[in-house]
Design a protein around this ligand. Structure first.
Ligand code: IVH
Length: 616
């Protein structure tokens, strides 16, 4: 009997799983074990290395190249294979490690554990059965809470004052990020005891730091507007932000926090249950978890899980599952914990929404600062209630790394990610005529040779006169992110560009009625409306004009700061690089002064002012 292990990921996992099952039921596999063991060992080593790499990327750099669902699959395959190993001993089930080496570390007074994860209803029923059997009763109370998708944090209050904020780290010690956590506006530094209960001498409050949906959208809109790649995941953004070296930069992004538990609690009686704890947190004016439900039976818990899953999109904050915990602290103590997780709680993780479709083409999108982004164009497929046909492929390296070819069957996923991602290629189904995508070396719009900055994945078209970039810049200028001139859609702008009527922002203010009427589809009424909109926009706020100019590295936030400091366009245009660097750092300063040094940009500012633009 000859057995060979398939190379393809999933087939291989199934093969190994079957083998491990055969072994565990005592099949006679003489002649095979050695081969099996070496195959398993190879795969285990491969998985171990892969998981370690993703852990490092995620925990230390706040990045992730795969979706959570993919990561969980790797972990599960690893655990299954590991358990099937002859002489298997439970390995150190660590909780990960987010220490970055860039912060002082601090040892938690009480360890910070993780949670065991389940994915199906039957896994929940099994958990419930084990719990009730162990406690010998079924009259239990559970709290069912959203599982916030951010970064775990432990806050220490001593004599009612916030003295420390430490990440989970390896569970024993974590990064001391107190200075950064102090920038969170909703987090009181002092506990006010107006419920009459004594304030503990020392308390560790545990919770999650996250970025809510509105803030996530705001940051990404700004990045897209400056031609930067948007963040795929709010968790990575929260984790990355919390680990910034400069608290002033942390303060630029609105981090949020939700408290869901406690560690050490000294000098006053600890809460007797989660519900009591949350009441206390509320009395202290601290933000506790929201959207929780109380459940008393296995069925009630399951329906609460499903309810929270349905509410997911409207909660306003990112979640990747639901946490079910025993409410009562005494029962928790009875259940205990292992090194990795408590036995009194479990995390139900949502499955990623995934679909398979066929890649029709890879197109290139040219941003207004010249960055070329490859986009996967695929056959329409339904994902999470919406039909999608495109997803970003991020950059050239990504296509090569994943070996994605036009004609391939690809897997598209949407998990915590708001933006769908191409997560895999079904190599076994690759058609013989699938084509490797050749990234051009010239701009598809203007033929200028493309450039790649060393150390950056982005490929750019360096030509400031590139028609595609020009169109994007004009679209941006009129968008609600910038000057907000309603009515100029991308088709209208395209037509105005082709007619030679609008080349730069100032040209919008020189448009005449007859010219507009000469454009296909623009009649009297539309022309009047457009002209009125242009007129109205002359008094938009100064930051909107600054943002609208598409100066590299100047998003809305920086534009607002520039407006506050320089007060009008002419003064800003004259500000020297040195002066700019004092408040905005060398890189923004260089970019701004380089922009205003170009004669065509100077001419455009002069023309804007001459056209009667009076920013407020
Ligand atoms: S309770 C002993 N409740 O999920 C650990 N955790 O994967 C008790 N999380 O480490 C944790 N929302 O960072 C709990 N409502 C919630 C949570 C929550 C998010 C995180 C937390 C934990 C991780 C486990």
């Amino acid at each position: 009997m000859k057995l060979s292990c398939p190379r393809n990921g999933r087939a291989r996992a199934v093969f190994l799983l079957l083998l491990s099952m055969m072994l565990s039921v005592g099949w006679d596999l003489r002649g095979i074990p050695q081969r099996f063991e070496s195959v398993t060992n190879d795969r285990l080593n491969e998985l171990r290395a892969e998981i370690a790499r993703y852990d490092d990327l995620y925990f230390r750099q706040g990045k992730s190249e795969i979706t959570d669902a993919e990561y969980d699959r790797l972990k599960r395959e690893f655990q299954t294979l590991e358990q099937a190993q002859p002489g298997f001993v439970q390995s150190d089930q660590s909780v990960g490690d987010d220490r970055s080496g860039r912060f002082p570390t601090y040892v938690h007074r009480e360890r910070m554990l993780s949670l065991d994860k389940i994915y199906t209803e039957s896994e929940w029923r099994a958990f419930y059965a084990k719990l009730t059997t162990q406690l010998g009763r079924t009259d239990l109370v559970f709290v069912v809470e959203p599982k916030y998708d951010g970064l775990a944090i432990s806050l220490t209050y001593e004599q009612g004052r916030l003295v420390r904020a430490v990440t989970r780290g390896n569970g024993v010690e974590g990064d001391d990020v107190t200075v950064n956590v102090r920038t969170i506006r909703d987090l009181p530094r002092e506990l006010r005891a107006d419920d009459g209960r004594p304030i503990p001498r020392f308390v560790e409050l545990r919770g999650e730091i996250y970025i809510d949906d509105v803030e996530f959208a705001r940051i990404n809109a700004e990045r897209e507007a400056t031609g930067e790649e948007p963040f795929a995941h709010p968790r990575n953004l929260a984790a990355g932000t919390l680990k910034f070296a400069d608290p002033a930069e942390v303060a630029q992004r609105r981090l949020s926090i939700a408290l869901y538990g406690w560690g050490a609690w000294e000098g006053a009686p600890a809460p007797q249950s989660e519900v009591v704890f949350l009441g206390q947190v509320h009395a202290w004016r601290l933000p506790g978890v929201t959207g929780l439900r109380i459940a008393r039976t296995s069925d009630e818990v399951w329906s609460a899980i499903k309810t929270i899953e349905r509410e997911r999109a409207s909660l306003g904050f990112p979640i990747d599952g639901v946490v079910v915990k025993l409410d009562d602290a005494a029962w928790r103590t009875r259940m205990g914990a292992n090194d990795h997780a408590p036995h009194w709680a479990v995390a139900y993780k949502f499955e990623a929404q995934r679909a398979v479709t066929r890649l029709r083409a890879i197109t290139l999108q040219i941003g207004r600062t010249g960055v070329l982004t490859p986009v996967a164009e695929f056959e329409p497929v339904e994902l999470g209630g919406a039909v999608i046909t495109r997803a970003t492929l991020h950059n050239r390296d990504e296509i090569v790394r994943r070996d994605i070819r036009v004609g391939d069957f690809i897997e598209v996923e949407k998990a915590g990610e708001i933006i769908p991602a191409v997560t895999g290629v079904q190599l076994a189904r690759r058609p013989p005529d699938a084509k490797t995508f050749v990234f051009p070396d010239r701009c598809p719009s203007c033929e200028t040779a493309l450039v790649a900055k060393s150390g950056e994945a982005a490929i750019r078209c360096p030509n400031a006169h590139c028609p595609a970039q020009r169109q994007r810049r004009l679209e941006h200028f009129v968008s609600d992110q910038a000057v907000n001139i309603n009515g100029f859609g991308s088709a209208t702008i395209d037509a105005l560009l082709k007619a030679g009527l609008v080349q730069s922002p100032a040209d919008f203010y020189r448009l005449r009625r007859e010219e507009l009427l000469g454009i296909d589809g623009i009649g009297e009424k539309t022309a009047n409306r457009l002209l009125a909109e242009v007129e109205r926009s002359k008094h938009a706020e100064l930051w909107r004009f600054i943002h609208g100019l598409s100066i590299p590295q100047v998003g809305a936030t920086t534009a607002k700061e520039l407006a506050k400091k320089y007060r009008d366009l002419a003064t800003l245009a004259r500000a020297g690089e040195k002066a700019l660097a004092v408040s905005f750092g060398p890189s923004v300063a260089a970019s701004v002064s380089e922009f205003f040094a170009r004669p065509e940009n100077q001419a455009d500012i002069t023309a804007l002012l001459a056209a009667g633009v009076q920013p407020q």
